[in-house]
Design a protein around this ligand. Structure first.
Ligand SMILES: [Zn+2]
Length: 84
């Protein structure tokens, strides 16, 4: 009985993780199809390193070329550190 519960928890965690990874890859592809970074055109990386809590929670990237912060749709984030 307990092993069924543990098994289903592990199963759902694995499924959720897989879905999140697939969603991240799909978001990356979409952002790159739109031209990557809105400032310099650098493609966004698939495996992002969140540089802020907001990015960790909501997705998005910081351009490795120019430092522009983007949301998960590839739009420049308002209030970015590098905003002009
Ligand atoms: Zn850039």
């Amino acid at each position: 009985m307990v092993s069924i519960v543990v098994g289903s928890i592990i199963g759902s965690v694995t499924t959720t993780t897989l879905l999140l990874v697939m969603a991240a890859i799909a978001a990356t592809k979409k952002a790159n199809e739109r031209g990557g970074c809105p400032t310099c055109g650098m493609p966004v990386p698939v495996f992002r390193k969140p540089t802020s809590l907001r990015q960790a929670l909501r997705g998005g990237w910081t351009c490795s070329g120019c430092g522009t912060e983007m949301d998960r749709f590839g739009n420049e984030t308002i209030g970015s550190v590098n905003a002009k």
